[in-house]
Every structure is written in structure tokens, then in C-alpha cells.
Design a protein around this ligand. Structure first.
Ligand code: M6R
Length: 610
């Protein structure tokens, strides 16, 4: 969700340019509105409006703003519509305090009422404004900015982070209370931000914060304090080896296409991680647990479905998978101290996942294993052990390479666990891991090359389609759901992903002449899927197939591009590849429909709200 960036610099001419350059790297977190508050000679210049950084910058000249400190905010609307008045940063009662937040203030209604009753002038319907007023309120009481910021957190309930300053004081303050925050120390400038990509244009010297900590930034130093008692903590910057160019398009028209094309490299990188020194530790965590819970949301959840099939097939263990938001109510009472919760999240910040993690820890419900992409995320710090997805930055809002990496991680862990617990023969495990390592990078590249043109041509025939299904069977269950999610998310079409044998239990009634249904399949399951295809064809529906080439499937397509053929591989590798043509189809369809697939409306890449 929203992204905040605060900078203090020695050079008073550059604050607007720096804030625009750095905060634009957080566009994936929110693009409903943008604002910058810049301070020069004790006067706060606040400019904000609805739109992306580029749009608002053009409109209001954000990058020309002068001053030696300032705060920028990119908003994904939750509390209050995406309007100018609700855009952040906000002032306090007067134009003295300025600040912006990321997250949700759960006691918004009660606290706003209390502030209004005590004479505060609250202008917006946005909960971020209350953070600035809370500081304003405590400054009235203490006359001390450090104490005011520290105490302000007592009044605010929820999961959030905010940056705040006072017109006549040179520092910027920031607190972390459940939402991510990272700081950077550059030459003659310091920065605090919701996420690393906006720090990297300035510096690779970074400090990660933990919940309950606050920062004081001056142009040459970042000091970290514990909010509870105000004690200063010894926290030195660490060198991040993430390349800032990871957040550039690198010649591709969109991040999404770039990230799809990075998948062959992702295979190599994630296999390097999996074959590294922690492999035995992860397998032991699985082996020692009596119950296994796999928790994720969105694309990560779809990959977890694929994972569940791998664990059944290769390791012979049942995995209980669930959505982050439903998990506690559905399975919470069945967890115990011998459970293993595998929490899967690209961002490592998704609130629905963090809620599960928090409960598991509070109630001592066993071990936690995070599978995450963002190094330095809350999930990384809070879980007992973690597996990095090794994808580098995934900037585009639709997940592609991280879903891919997750599928590989599950396939690998299942094979190694199966070998460990004797469910499969060691030679079988070795041969499968060998394929993942040695063959999958090439097969992934071939799949992109072969299906790219077909997917592009197919997309052109689907411009009028508003409603369709994407079905999978067995291992392609999660693949089909992921394909459907991509089409919904970036093409704004209704596309339901479901299990193909379920289709006849109701949804089949939607099929009329040429109604499109996509089937993702593997040679192992196509004998069954043909039944489901026939049920659609018998109602004159249009069937589109994703999978290896099989002669027996040929009669079920009307045009060459209705068969997205992936290269021949192993039956357990095939479901990993099948998602790629669906990623490409959704990408080309989105672009043909005039949508920017990187920034689909109403969405944000990091969802730190309930
Ligand atoms: O960061 P996470 O993996 O926890 O995110 C979960 C979902 O919000 C995410 O996968 C979302 O569904 C994607 N935008 C789908 O492309």
C-alpha cells in the first residue's frame, strides 16, 4: 500500500528533485495520489494532488521544490476517497507540523472525534492526518519534538509507519509500528522510506528498523531509538548489495514483461539458494513437524496450491493450505506447538500473513518458515527461518517471477523431503532436482520464446471478451487460478480460475457459442481434461489449451494460437512452465486493451492493511 519517503539534505536546492526521484521507485505501492512537503527557511511548501508521481509532478512542479528536508507520499486509498484533500502529506492544525503515513489507524473514528472535541482542525477523511495531529497534540504538552513523536504512538492503534517534521526544526522523525521502514545514510543526505527501492538511488548504506523503533534524521546522521523508553539503540548502516538498476525497466516497455523474461535467471538464482547451506535446516523443520500449514494470499496462494500437490506426490505429506485472511478462523484451533507454518509472501509485509505469524508466535503454535522476496521485510525478521525467493525486485504489481520462484521452491523442498523421509527413492529425488537445476532455465527460456508470439496473436482475438474461465486439473489447479488472477487483475475482465472437474457442477451453464474457456493441462492429466473440454465443446464453447503438444488435443482447438504449446519436459516440470503462456497472454491482452499492466487500477503491490 502507500509509500512514504523522507529526506534531509545539506543542499537546499535539491529536495524536490531528490524526493521525486526516490519516491517514484515506490509507485508500485500506490498511485492514487501523490504529495510532497518541502521545508525551506522554516516554511513548509505542501503540494499534492490525485495521480501518479509523473502526473502530479507535471502538474505541480514537485521536482522544482526547494528546501533541505521534506516528505513525499504515494497513496493507495483506504481511509477516504482518492481526492486532493485526502492526499498526503498533511499539516497539523497550522502549517507547522507536516507528515505522512503508511498503514491503517484502526481507532480513526474515535480519535478524530477526540481531536475535534479538543479543538484540532482535521481537514481530511484520511487516517494519516491523525498521525500529524497526534504529534501536534503532544508537542503542545511537552514542547519537545522527540517526546511528542514518541508519545504520539500511544494514541494510535493499528499497523502503520509515519514520517513527520516541524517547520522550525531541522530533523525529520519517523516511527515504525507494524509497517515497513528502512533508512539510508548517503553523503550529505539521509533518507527514510517504506521500502528499499527508493533508498537505493541515494545510497546502499541502509538501516532496517524493527517495530517499536523510531528514527531521527539529520543531513549527516540517522539515529535509532526504542519508542517505549526513548533509549538510543546502537544501529549502524549495513551495505546492501541490491543493484538500484533492478528497479529500472532495462529497455522493456513494462516491468511486467521484463520480469517475465527474467524467469530463466530466477530459476538459476533460486536453485543456488536452495542448494546452499540452509537446505538441511529447512528440510528438518518439515520433518520435525507433525502438521504443516501453508499460508499465503493472491499469487502466492496460487503457488501454494501447486506446492500442496508437490508435497503430496513427492513427500507423501498432507499440507493444509489456506488464505492468510481466512486461516485463523478455518484452521487456528488445529495448530499446536509441533506445527510448522510456512508463510509465503513476496513482499514479506502482507498484513493478512503477518496476522497469522503474530498469532502463531503469541500462542506458541510451533515453528514458522517464511518464504519471501523482499530482504529486510518483517516476515524475514520475524519468522524462525526464511527462504529468499531470489528474484531481485519485482516492481510490476502483477506477480510473475515470484510466483515462478515459489513453485520451484515447493517442488524442490517436496523432493528433498521425500528423499529424507523415504517417500521417494534418492535417485528419483536427485534426478528431479537435477532437472530443476540443469534443464529448467533452458525450458523456461524456450517457453517464453515459443509461446510469446502465440499469446500475442491470441490476445488480439480476445479484445471483446469480458468474461471467461481458466481451468486446471491436478498440478495445473493453481496454475489455472494464477492465469485467471492475472487476467482479472490487469485486463479488468471477469475470469474465474477453478478446478476443471468442478466446472460441470454449475458454471457450465454459462457456456454458449464461442464462450472462451482456457484449459491448462499436462500429458499426465490430459485424458481427464479431454472430458471437461468435450463438455464445453458440446455447448459450442471456444476452448483454448495450455500445455505440451499432444496429438489427441489437436481436435479441440479451432486456431493455431488457441493452443499455447510449452516445450516437452517432465511431467513434474510441466506445471511450472504452464503458467508462462498465461502470464504472457494477460500481459499482451492488457496492453492491447490500453491498460498499463504494471499499475492496474485500485491495486497496490504491498498490502499492509487488513
Ligand atoms: O506480497 P504477497 O505475496 O504477500 O502478496 C500477495 C498478493 O497481494 C499478491 O500476490 C497479489 O495477488 C498480486 N498482485 C497478484 O498478481
Amino acid at each position: 500500500m502507500c509509500g512514504i519517503t523522507g529526506i534531509v539534505t545539506r543542499n537546499s536546492d535539491e529536495i524536490g528533485e531528490l524526493l521525486v526521484r526516490c519516491s517514484s521507485k515506490l509507485t508500485y505501492r500506490g498511485y492514487d495520489s501523490v504529495g510532497v512537503a518541502a521545508v525551506r527557511n522554516g516554511i513548509v511548501d505542501l503540494r499534492k494532488d490525485v495521480g501518479t508521481v509523473d502526473e502530479v509532478n507535471k502538474l505541480l512542479g514537485l521536482s522544482q521544490m526547494k528546501g533541505d528536508r521534506g516528505i513525499a507520499q504515494l497513496r493507495w486509498a483506504t481511509y477516504g476517497a482518492p481526492t486532493k484533500v485526502n492526499a498526503q502529506p498533511h499539516f497539523g492544525c497550522e502549517e507547522v507540523f507536516y507528515g505522512a503515513h503508511n498503514g491503517n489507524i484502526h481507532n480513526y473514528v474515535e480519535y478524530k472525534k477526540e481531536l475535534l472535541e479538543t479543538g484540532h482542525i482535521v481537514r481530511s477523511e484520511n487516517d494519516g492526518e491523525l498521525c500529524v495531529h497526534a504529534v501536534d497534540k503532544y508537542y503542545e504538552e511537552t514542547g519537545d519534538m522527540f517526546e511528542a513523536v514518541r508519545k504520539s504512538t500511544d494514541d494510535l492503534h493499528g499497523a502503520f509507519a509515519y514520517a513527520v517534521g516541524r517547520a522550525d526544526e531541522p530533523e525529520i522523525y519517523a516511527v515504525k509500528m507494524g509497517s515497513s521502514l528502512v533508512a539510508g545514510v548517503a553523503n550529505e543526505a539521509t533518507i527514510v522510506s517504506s521500502d528499499l527501492p527508493s533508498v537505493l538511488p541515494l545510497t546502499n548504506n541502509v538501516i532496517y528498523l524493527a517495530d517499536g523503533e523510531m528514527l531521527v534524521l539529520t543531513h549527516d546522521d540517522v539515529k535509532v531509538f526504542r519508542i517505549e523508553d526513548g533509549k538510543q539503540l546502537d544501529r549502524k548502516p549495513e551495505l546492501s548489495n541490491v543493484d538500484a538498476r533492478a528497479a529500472e525497466k532495462g529497455g522493456y516497455p513494462h516491468f511486467m514483461l521484463k520480469e517475465i523474461n527474467e524467469q530463466p535467471k530466477v530459476v538459476q538464482d533460486v536453485m543456488g539458494v536452495l542448494e546452499g547451506q540452509h537446505s538441511d535446516e529447512w528440510i528438518k523443520m518439515f520433518a520435525d513437524a507433525s502438521r504443516h500449514f501453508l499460508v499465503a494470499c493472491g499469487s502466492s496462494y496460487n503457488a501454494s496450491i501447486v506446492g500442496t500437490y508437490y508435497f503430496n506426490r513427492l513427500a507423501g505429506i498432507p499440507i493444509i493450505h489456506g488464505l492468510g485472511g481466512q486461516f485463523d478462523l478455518m484452521y487456528g484451533q488445529t495448530m499446536n506447538e509441533d506445527s510448522l507454518s510456512i508463510l509465503v509472501s513476496q513482499s514479506g509485509e502482507t498484513k493478512d500473513i503477518m496476522n497469522v505469524l503474530k498469532r502463531v508466535k503469541e500462542k506458541n503454535l510451533g515453528k514458522t518458515l517464511g518464504i519471501l522476496n523482499v530482504i529486510g521485510s518483517t516476515l524475514m525478521f520475524e519468522s524462525d527461518s526464511y527462504i529468499p525467493m531470489a528474484c531481485g525486485y519485482e516492481v510490476s504489481v502483477p506477480a510473475t517471477k515470484t510466483y515462478y520462484s515459489q513453485s520451484i521452491i515447493f517442488a524442490y523442498l517436496a523432493a528433498k523431503l521425500g528423499e529424507y523421509n523415504g517417500h521417494i527413492d534418492p535417485s528419483e529425488a536427485r534426478s528431479f532436482v537435477g532437472m530443476l537445476k540443469n534443464d529448467l532455465p533452458r525450458l523456461t527460456q524456450e517457453t517464453i520464446d515459443r509461446t510469446g508470439i502465440l499469446a500475442k496473436n491470441l490476445a488480439r482475438t480476445m479484445l471483446d471478451v469480458k468474461d471467461l474461465y481458466c481451468l486446471g486439473y491436478g498440478f495445473t489447479d493453481g496454475v489455472a487460478r494464477e492465469g485467471a488472477l492475472k487476467i482479472k487483475e490487469i485486463c479488468y475482465n471477469h475470469c474465474e480460475g477453478m478446478y476443471s472437474s468442478e466446472f460441470k457442477h454449475g458454471p457450465l451453464s454459462i457456456v454458449t457459442k464461442n464462450y472462451p474457456v482456457i484449459f491448462a493441462t499436462t500429458p499426465e492429466d490430459s485424458w481427464m481434461v479431454i472430458n471437461h473440454i468435450n463438455e464445453v465443446r458440446a455447448r459450442y464453447g471456444r476452448t483454448i489449451i495450455v500445455g505440451e503438444h499432444e496429438e489427441k488435443l489437436e481436435p479441440y482447438i479451432d486456431n493455431k494460437h488457441d493452443y499455447l504449446i510449452v516445450p516437452k519436459s517432465d511431467v513434474l516440470i510441466n506445471p511450472i512452465l504452464d503458467v508462462i503462456p498465461l502470464q504472457l497472454l494477460s500481459y499482451f491482452l492488457s496492453v492491447d486493451l490500453g491498460i498499463n499492466p504494471d499499475l492496474p487500477r485500485n491495486l497496490s503491490k504491498t498490502l499492509t492493511v487488513d
